[in-house]
Design a protein around this ligand. Structure first.
Ligand code: T5A
Length: 205
């Protein structure tokens, strides 16, 4: 595989979508931007079901649905792109299942890990873990419109999600990004992390 695989993780409203667009404009070389849950027709249908505020899903059901969508996304989109030499910028991936269903929802770690082993034949070269105060992130997300099913979960759920992301950020393939401040300030932190960890990506032509 010759493309690089970067994932963007973190709590609600951390600014991932904004920064993926900015990074995609900056990087040379073949690039694909995509998101989870989603990225395929089936995955987008699963996304609508999961985010619907009128639906009720247990943490186990959420993890199974997220991974059903992820399996299609990995097989149909991510692996073919990486094999073709295209780098992939992905808004959330398996670490979100760890943080939300595991950290927030209390799902058994063995289940989270087993799903990851079955569904994820590829791990990211770099995980950018955005960190933002939970209230600030939820306020940013709320300013955009009505809360989806995850945004509507309580503050203590989102504090647990954030705590799990902080743990994930300590992994060797991860880096913590302070997501507070202006979009320009956050972009500079990201460019510095990418240049430090994956200099070939910035140099690619
Ligand atoms: N989920 C997902 C799981 O539970 N398990 C899983 O396995 C997976 C894959 C997806 C939901 O699914 C859950 C997690 C999520 O709850 P989503 O809508 O994709 O739903 O949720 P988010 O990824 O959190 O998307 P958001 O759009 O809410 O947050 P982003 O992408 O981090 O933030 P962004 O860029 O859209 O910015 C939010 C708002 O803030 C502004 C933007 O203009 C925008 O209005 N903003 C800033 N404002 C001030 N300063 C800055 N620096 C700003 N940057 C952006």
């Amino acid at each position: 595989m010759s493309g690089r695989f970067l994932t963007f993780e973190g709590p609600e409203g951390a600014g991932k979508t904004t920064q993926i667009a900015r990074l995609a404009e900056t990087l040379p070389g073949a690039l694909l931007t995509t998101r989870e849950p989603g990225g395929t027709k089936g995955g987008e249908a699963v996304r609508s079901a999961l985010l619907n505020p009128d639906a009720a899903w247990t943490p186990l059901a959420e993890a199974l649905l997220m991974n059903a969508a992820r399996d299609a996304h990995v097989q149909e989109v991510i692996l073919p792109a990486l094999r073709a030499g295209t780098s992939v910028l992905c808004d959330r991936y398996a670490d979100s299942t760890d943080a939300y269903q595991g950290g927030g929802g209390g799902l058994d770690q063995d289940i989270v890990d087993a799903l990851r082993r079955w569904v994820c034949p590829v791990e990211p070269d770099l995980v950018l873990v955005f960190d933002i105060d939970v209230k600030t992130g939820l306020e940013r997300a709320a300013a955009r419109g009505a809360a989806d099913r995850f945004e509507a979960k309580g503050l203590s759920y989102h504090e647990k999600v954030r705590a799990r992301f902080l743990r994930i950020a300590q992994r060797d393939n991860a880096v913590l990004i302070d997501a507070s401040g202006s979009p320009e300030a956050v972009q500079n932190r990201i460019l510095s992390a990418v240049s430090d960890r994956l200099p070939d990506l910035l140099a690619a032509s």
